[in-house]
Design a binder for this molecule. Structure first.
Ligand SMILES: Cc1cc2nc3c(=O)[nH]c(=O)nc-3n(C[C@H](O)[C@H](O)[C@H](O)COP(=O)(O)OP(=O)(O)OC[C@H]3O[C@@H](n4cnc5c(N)ncnc54)[C@H](O)[C@@H]3O)c2cc1C
Length: 411
């Protein structure tokens, strides 16, 4: 055997150093556990998911990250604009129904995730980059041995609990056969970062823009603090990839095609070659098991339209960390009710909104002639990520509330 093999013992092994993993690890460490994070890639690394939601601020706060993020000077986000060819519907997070944070950030994730990862290292959490989980064996009591490879070195990590925050890697869903096909139709995304010729004004930078192209194709503009922006096109794979040519040529055709992109980004510089992610929606059979819990994208992903990914990733990371704490402290934990049902209830609200978006109902509501202010505030709260606020009828009875409203505005 050429490989060097070592044994290591920790209380909790966290797989993946995205926001879900670092939030979970920071809370577990604060609660007194010996935590280790293993991360497959070298940081900084690119990942998509740049527009955050105010609700995620609670979880960054619980992890003690707010000051660190604030110091990094990321672009502040105060709302979201939805625009079609003729109209703009502006959601200002300060006019929302739910109590709580009314702003957040727009972030380049390579730098953002790296800052959080370095912060947890500073606090004394062991984080190994370029270390890939390749196998896991669970014992009857839920403890486990995880095989982690780094170059020609293999470590066997003995853990009392595993938090799988491996994002699109979906380590435990793959190894334990937990993946389920998504019930949503396959969609594709095509995106890049651009540097416009004219600097975006400070005021315009404070909101993301969602552009309606057709019912099933839309675009995003996420401005960053350094004057560059993220732009993307999302929808049916055939629709998104309708243009021929190099990736840059295809993106320039999209910029020329959509007036809101044309006026901002004609002759822009492309910071990197446009990229594609297709078939990103995913689900799992269960969110937890004996000795492990799935968090963030490892437990599933719905759709980018409402920027819900990092909010769900940090909400599940923070909650999992508190429940693992209770479990390792010998308290009884009802994982089904306190974790699965809670997380799924929030995901379901987003799913209803995603389906209403692609059916065209939400566009009708957003661009209706006389929006009712109270209803707008309630919808604004969902768009700010407050999908667990059952005082909000668009959370408590999300399905019925949205379809009834769509009928009213269409009549
Ligand atoms: C087109 C598109 C646009 C999106 N836009 C937004 C948006 O605007 N806002 C938003 O909030 N979300 C958005 N998302 C979703 C967002 O990308 C994710 O929800 C978010 O990054 C999930 O965070 P995470 O911490 O769960 O996983 P990640 O950030 O993916 O981190 C997981 C980490 O695990 C590591 N890993 C994987 N496998 C292994 C292994 N075997 N061993 C060790 N480590 C491993 C990876 O290297 C990675 O660093 C978008 C998604 C798509 C597809």
């Amino acid at each position: 055997m050429n490989d060097l093999e070592t044994e290591e013992k920790v209380d909790v092994l966290v797989i993946g150093a995205g926001p879900s993993g670092t939030v979970a690890a920071a809370i577990l460490h604060k609660n007194g556990f010996n935590v280790k994070i293993v991360e497959k890639q070298k940081f900084p690394r690119f990942v998509i998911g740049e527009s955050l939601l105010p609700r995620s601020m609670y979880n960054f706060d619980k992890a003690g990250f707010i000051d660190t993020i604030e110091k990094a000077g990321f672009q502040k986000k105060y709302g979201a604009k939805f625009a079609d060819k003729y109209e703009v519907c502006d959601f200002d997070f300060s006019s929302q129904f739910s109590d709580g944070w009314t702003w957040t950030w727009q972030v380049k994730r390579d730098r953002f995730d790296h800052i959080l990862a370095e912060e947890v290292i500073k606090r004394g959490i062991a984080l190994d980059y370029e270390s890939e989980v390749t196998a896991v064996r669970f014992n009857e009591d839920g403890s486990s041995v995880t095989q982690v490879k780094k170059e020609n070195h293999t470590s066997n990590i003995h853990a009392r609990y595993i938090v799988d925050s491996s994002g699109y890697g979906r380590v435990l869903p793959r190894l334990l056969d937990l993946n389920e096909p998504s019930k949503l139709p396959e969609r594709s995304s095509f995106f890049c970062h651009v540097k416009p010729k004219e600097v975006t004004s400070d005021k315009e930078r404070m909101r993301i823009i969602i552009i309606v192209y057709t019912c099933d194709i839309w675009g995003w503009v996420i401005p960053f603090a350094d004057g560059t922006s993220s732009i993307g096109i999302v929808g049916s794979p055939d629709g998104v990839h309708r243009y021929k040519g190099t990736k840059e040529e295809q993106m320039r055709k999209w910029i020329a095609e959509i007036p809101a992109l044309q006026e901002r980004f004609t002759d822009c510089e492309m910071v990197f070659e446009p990229r594609t992610i297709t078939g990103y929606s995913s689900e799992v059979k269960k969110l937890y098991g004996n000795g492990y819990v799935l968090t963030g994208n490892a437990l599933g992903f719905v759709d980018p339209i409402f920027s819900s990914g990092v909010t769900l990733a940090t909400e599940s990371g923070a909650l999992a960390a508190e429940l693992v704490t209770d479990q390792l402290d010998g308290k009884a934990v009802d994982w089904e009710k306190d974790y699965s049902e809670y997380i799924i209830s929030g995901v379901d609200v987003f799913k209803t909104f995603v389906n209403a978006w692609y059916s065209g109902d939400l566009q009708k509501i957003f661009f209706s002639e006389s929006p009712n202010e109270k209803i707008k505030q309630q919808i604004c709260s969902v768009l700010a990520g407050y999908v667990w606020d059952n005082k909000n009828p668009f959370v408590k009875k999300h399905d019925r509330a949205l379809s009834n409203l769509a009928k009213i505005v269409s009549s």
